[in-house]
Write a protein that binds this ligand. Structure first.
Ligand code: MIC
Ligand code: SF4
Length: 641
């Protein structure tokens, strides 16, 4: 039986376990990446593990999220990360160089290698034929320390691409279409692998847009074959020597197949407030817009921005619209400056902002009250833009640019305008933003620790009786942005869990932190796909700080489930989803003989002392997860072993 590309790469890196879906394997990790908003925790954890040398082939620490330096906090975090990077031989990418995923693709990604990143959009590297996985910070710290990562073997969804995209339809529309079909939980426990004749019609940066936003499917990762387009891309970045051709076997068997005929797709948009709330631009109609934001790790490549410049050239941004553009990397911005495209953007009235995540994570450029914002980004969760009542639509760069001119959501296909072909470019290596490891030993470089950097919370070993109060009952698809909001107010405190705890679940229930403090030991009840979105382990560490001991939900998102286990918080799944309706806020719950129940591997029984009912929950812990839960989290487990 032929193998999928994903299984070939995983198998080639497998150190333990068997390639059986649903069981655990341990793989060798070749590369890691961190960014600053999750990175401070990663490097605090790496320091706590007290390792001398890292075991990966390459590890890079990027600064791209927390770049509004409105106080000392962010700059202190940058200095801290740089010092720990130097101590451990990690490459440091300075603020201004660009977004981690775009930079990793340009400078370091290699087909067939594995990459683990402390950011959910790490699968961007799948555009180059890598198995690139997003994980919680602690998992990335351990991958640096040990060179390994354990995961559940996913099933493989094959997306069979045929045909060719028409003008005004782009890679963003492909992934929006896939999201419409599969939904934000359709990829949980799966890898999405693209194959078929249509693959050759997509450039590496198109493919990276698609694998990047595969994170919104909840997938473990997404992957494309490595072919002639991959060679051309690597050559354009001065790295042709890194090219390796890779594809699935002709008779590869996929667990399910989604057919996508590229030639039938039309411009699409994800409507507020979910990336899978997709409709065609034509159906949504010409709604009036206030802001257009172009950039993010999804759509800030050279080709994307050249298309935008070509649409803007000789036109003027509508008087009611604020257009902001954040390029993906310094290499791209330099090229746009050299070839005049930047001048075309500025002449049209675009506001050019720093290379980085910027508005995507609410770091500035929040829309006006109830404003309509078209964004080329990947997430439009409520409140993420920094404006609670903003209406954010996710669109392609082409749709964003033409709409910025007309002032209304515009279907470029119906405009009759032609789009010029964008010639591929070659890029100069720009080392000015990179700090390579100095060769100093760990002892020679002190840790540079600012006053806002506080220790991360540690759990205690699992007690035999877990008695808690329900301090929140939440609905379906709760995001990590709901659990631990992140915007320009809060991002500077990513290394200060006690401060962040005052804002936990702020948008859903402002009383949550106080209720937890009063209760002491707490439980959260969730619906389906609890914890979707970001890899931020703050969405587990902050509840831990507030006393949360277990979460019962109808289902969990992959990275968040791991982050809960790493923190020693039990993620339990209702055996009978109808039990969800039987639980209420303030119910007193108890798990008796918790250790024996966890070790037993069967259902874990939760008693409701308030109503007298009992609920069976599934834990499905692997051996390693069981040990971590018993020890009170991954760090405790590692320290004991
Ligand atoms: C995001 O897009 O939500 C982030 C900010 O990049 C996060 C990481 C974080 O929360 O710091 C992610 O996607 O993992
Ligand atoms: Fe940055 Fe946005 Fe990409 Fe997250 S999704 S890494 S915030 S650009």
């Amino acid at each position: 039986m032929g193998k999928t590309l994903a299984y070939k790469i995983l198998d080639a890196h497998r150190l333990a376990g068997d390639m059986v879906p649903g069981t655990e394997i341990t793989i060798k990790i070749d590369q890691t990446l961190t960014q600053d908003s999750t990175g401070t925790m990663v490097y605090l954890q790496l320091e706590a593990m007290n390792v001398d040398t890292i075991k990966t082939e390459l590890s890079v620490a990027y600064i791209d999220h927390n770049m509004l330096q409105t106080g000392f906090e962010n700059a202190d975090d940058h200095a801290f990360i740089k010092s720990v990077a130097q101590r451990h031989g990690v490459l440091f990418s300075k603020p201004g160089n660009g977004i981690c995923h775009q930079l990793q693709l340009e400078s370091f990604g290699i087909p067939g290698k594995t990459l683990l990143g402390s950011d959910s959009h790490t699968p961007t590297g799948g555009g180059l034929g890598m198995i690139a996985i997003g994980a919680g910070g602690l998992d990335v710290a351990v991958a640096m320390a040990k060179g390994t990562y354990s995961l559940t073997v996913p099933k493989i969804i094959g997306v069979h691409l045929t045909g060719k995209l028409r003008p005004w339809v782009s890679a963003k529309d492909v992934i929006l279409y896939v999201l419409q079909k599969l939904t934000v939980k359709g990829g949980v426990g799966k890898i999405v692998e693209y194959f078929g004749d249509g693959v050759k019609e997509l450039s590496v940066t198109d493919r990276a847009t698609i694998t990047n936003m595969g994170a919104e499917l909840g997938a473990t990762t997404s992957v494309f074959p490595s072919d002639e387009n991959t060679r051309l891309y690597l050559a354009s970045q001065g790295r042709e020597q890194d090219y390796v051709p890779l594809c699935a076997d002709n008779d590869a068997v996929y667990d399910e197949i989604l057919e996508v005929d590229l030639s039938t797709l039309v411009p699409l948009a994800a409507k507020p407030h979910s990336p899978d709330n997709v409709d065609s631009v034509a159906n949504i109609g010409e709604i009036k817009i206030d802001q257009v934001a172009i950039g993010s790790c999804t759509n800030s490549s050279y080709t994307d921005l050249m298309k935008v410049a070509a649409i803007l050239k000789g036109n003027r941004v509508h008087e009611n619209v604020s257009l902001v553009i954040s390029p993906g990397s310094s290499r791209i911005l330099k090229k746009l400056a050299e070839n005049g495209a930047l001048a075309d953007m500025i002449a049209a009235g675009a506001r050019i902002i720093e290379n980085g995540c910027g508005p995507c994570i609410g770091m500035g450029q929040s829309p006006r009250s109830a404003g309509v914002s078209l964004r080329t980004f990947n997430r439009n969760f409520k409140g993420r833009s920094g404006t609670k009542d903003a209406q954010v639509y996710l669109v392609s760069p082409e749709t964003a640019a033409i709409s910025a001119i007309t002032g209304v959501l515009t279907n470029g296909m119906a405009s009759g305008k032609t789009l010029p072909d964008i010639e591929p470019e070659t890029f100069d290596l720009n080392e000015s933003f990179l700090v390579r490891p100095s060769g100093c030993t760990k002892a020679e470089v002190p840790v540079d620790m600012g006053p806002n950097i506080k220790p991360f919370p540690l759990n205690t070993a699992l007690p035999d009786t877990l008695k808690t109060t329900v301090t929140l009952k939440a609905g379906n698809n709760i995001t990590t942005d709901d659990i631990m909001p992140s915007d320009s107010r809060l991002l500077p405190f990513r290394s200060n869990i006690p401060h962040l705890s005052n804002y936990c679940f702020e948008l859903i229930d402002g009383q949550f932190p106080d209720r937890c403090r009063n209760a002491g030991s707490c439980t959260i009840i969730g619906g389906d796909n609890y914890g979707q979105g970001s890899s931020r382990e703050h969405a587990a560490l902050v509840p831990l700080h507030l006393g949360v001991r277990f979460v019962i939900a109808k289902s969990f998102a992959r990275i968040h489930r791991s982050n809960l286990i790493n923190s020693g918080i039990l993620p339990l799944v209702f055996r009978d989803p109808a039990d969800y309706d039987k639980l209420s806020l303030n119910d007193e719950l108890v798990i008796e003989q918790a250790t024996a129940q966890v070790l037993g591997g069967g259902p874990i029984v939760v008693k409701n002392l308030t109503s007298g009912e009992e609920y069976e929950t599934e834990a499905n812990f692997s051996d390693l997860e069981t040990k971590m839960i018993l020890a009170g989290g991954k760090i405790n487990y590692l320290m004991q072993n």
